[in-house]
Design a protein around this ligand. Sequence first.
Ligand code: ADP
Ligand code: MG
Length: 316
Amino acid sequence: MKKEKIVIALGGNALEKEGIPATAESQLETIRETVRYVVDIIEDGYQVIVAHGNGPQVGRIVLQNEGAAHLTPSLPFDVCGAMSQGYIGYHIQQGIKNEFKRRGKDNGVISVVTQVVVDQNDPGFKNPTKPIGPFYSEEEARKLEIEKGYNVVEDAGRGYRRVVASPKPLQIVELEGIKTLIDTGLTVITVGGGGIPVIKRDDGTLEGVAAVIDKDLASEKLAKDLDADVLFILTAVEQVAINFNKPNEKWLSELTIAEAEKYITEGHFAPGSMLPKVMAAVDFVKGRPGKKAIITSLEGALRALQGETGTVIIDR
Ligand code: ADP
Ligand code: MG
């Protein structure tokens, strides 16, 4: 029987834990735990493709670059994104490999440096909203606006921060290569951090841009392009709630498209956190019976596949 194909989108908590210094060593340690859940799913008989976020990591790389600008030229934002994809992918692929080794197996795993095309006229570029990197004084911020063309905004009374656009993912450049790798039986790690955002020039060539693509939306695009059976969004909560954090909070085992759309309009899902997940889930299943999106925690993942927990989004 053909294996079911699952795209797993790993959230921030799969890569680093709150309250401990965000070192490379602690990331590796956290990923060591994360990959156990991923390998459990592979061993359960699923074909797994792994995607992940990069917000904190790319912010730190930018910070390191700016802090060392007097020693060596700063790297542009798209290059910082590529670096974050590289080292997170490295940690995940090493972690998966080691976990298999521990289980007496020798399965293959590979990360793909992945570019994702965005529209240069995406409204996101006119209104950048995604804060990245360090806080600046107003004076520093104005200087960066002039000297580097950064967009800076005042961030909740804490100082000024650079903001970049969060455009919609349109096309995964390396898709054919990714499919080929999957077909050979490898576990593929791709669209890390939502992919490195690139625009297509008039002559069809690609050029990196300063932006962060939402990883849930990029994972959804990937899942659709691969004709995956399940889009699995793993985050810090086991289920999606309505009236989240309120006395009448209600955790949901199942969400239909109509319910999801109603709850989105009513504002139940926080923008930048739960909202893109629910939107990605709805987009993935809408008009495609048999497809399933599941939002749950790492710990709940395997049980959610058996229908025992998580929030399942289906079109019925
Ligand atoms: P990621 O795992 O991709 O890093 P986030 O941490 O940004 O995702 O978003 C997940 C978080 O969204 C949850 O841990 C929870 O605190 C918050 N959240 C906001 N609205 C809801 C909701 N309606 N139901 C459940 N969680 C919600
Ligand atoms: Mg997060």
